[in-house]
Ligand binder design. Structure first.
Ligand code: SF4
Length: 314
């Protein structure tokens, strides 16, 4: 039988053994958000390579639930500071930033929104703005004309139908121009504390690699993964999975050899398994670099005000 670099038979999950790095991840760190309808006019990126959705041999439903929850617990140790990677101070800012994050990095959005919110701090201000001026501010985020339309349009609806406040209900949020379920869940989960699963590109790729579901439709993925966890886990689970996708389990070159949840992953070996080479693939704080937030929350920093250390350091 073919074996992985760890001596694990292909198609089987390796025995669970905590890695040093998983235990260690103490210090602080931080999610991307990807707008949907807002991006109707925006071209889609090419799909990431995913593992054939074959569950580990003979895995029962109970075993799947156990393994999924185990992965979530391991990720909680690796990313105790997981959080949205968009800077925001109120629900309106988070809503707009989330729409702007389509097809660009959260860092780029974080570099752009301070000027936008300084000029247009409320939905009333943005609804009454000169579109050309807004376009100029949003230019660095790409697709700035479509994004200007979306954020001005949603501001108008907020003013006309919701008294200038962001509503805290899914059914209201998805009525806003450019806001679909994913954006709505980001806002509900992070500005209103209501549980939600954010099915972005990272989330889709990882849950398929882990064979949590064979679904490809985001709404079906949301339902399938949601059924594996209690509701109260949904928001933090989303943050952790997206953190992992951005830092370690990349679309094209997953750093399997430096991955703390490799023993639980049926797709181990899809990426680089040599530990040294894999470590070089790590990104953001796990690779020793800054994260995407310009104004990270306190929980992201350690006692000395420094970002979380790279994986395996110290
Ligand atoms: S990096 Fe490799 S081992 Fe880790 S979760 Fe991704 S595919 Fe699995």
């Amino acid at each position: 039988m073919a074996k992985t670099a760890k001596g694990v038979p292909a198609g089987k999950v390796a025995p669970v053994k905590k890695t040093a790095s998983a235990k260690k991840a103490a210090p602080p760190e931080k999610v991307t958000v990807v707008p949907e309808k807002a991006t109707a006019a925006v071209k889609k990126a090419p799909p990431a390579r995913t593992v054939a959705p074959k569950p580990p041999r003979n895995e029962s439903r109970t075993a799947l639930v156990r393994r999924a929850r185990r992965i979530n617990r391991e990720l909680a140790e690796v990313y105790p500071y997981a959080h949205p990677e968009l800077d925001f101070e109120n629900p309106f800012q988070l809503l707009v930033a989330t729409v702007l994050s389509a097809q660009t990095t959260d860092l780029r959005v974080n570099q752009t929104t301070p000027a936008l919110f300084a000029e247009y701090p409320t939905p009333e201000d943005l609804a009454a703005a000169d579109p050309e001026e807004v376009e100029e501010i949003l230019r660095p985020t790409g697709f700035f004309r479509a994004k200007t339309k979306s954020v001005m349009g949603l501001s108008r609806v907020l003013v006309e139908e919701f008294g200038g406040e962001v509503p805290g209900r899914l059914e209201d949020l998805v009525k806003l121009p450019g806001v679909g379920r994913k954006t709505a869940f980001v806002v509900l989960g992070n500005a209103f504390g209501r549980p939600g699963i954010t099915v972005d590109t990272h989330f889709q790729r990882l849950v398929r690699r882990w064979r949590w579901t064979e679904e490809t439709d985001p709404d079906k993925i949301e339902a399938a993964v949601g059924a594996l966890f209690p509701k109260s886990d949904w928001t933090m689970l989303s943050h952790r999975v997206i953190f992992h996708g951005r830092r370690i389990c990349h679309a094209r070159k997953p750093a399997c050899g430096a991955c703390p949840i490799a023993p639980l992953c049926p797709a181990y070996g899809e990426g680089e398994t040599d530990p040294e080479k894999a470590r070089k693939l790590l990104k953001y704080e796990k690779g020793g670099f800054p994260g995407q937030r310009l104004k990270p929350p306190r929980s992201y920093l350690d006692a000395g005000g420094r970002p979380a250390p790279p994986l395996g350091a110290g």
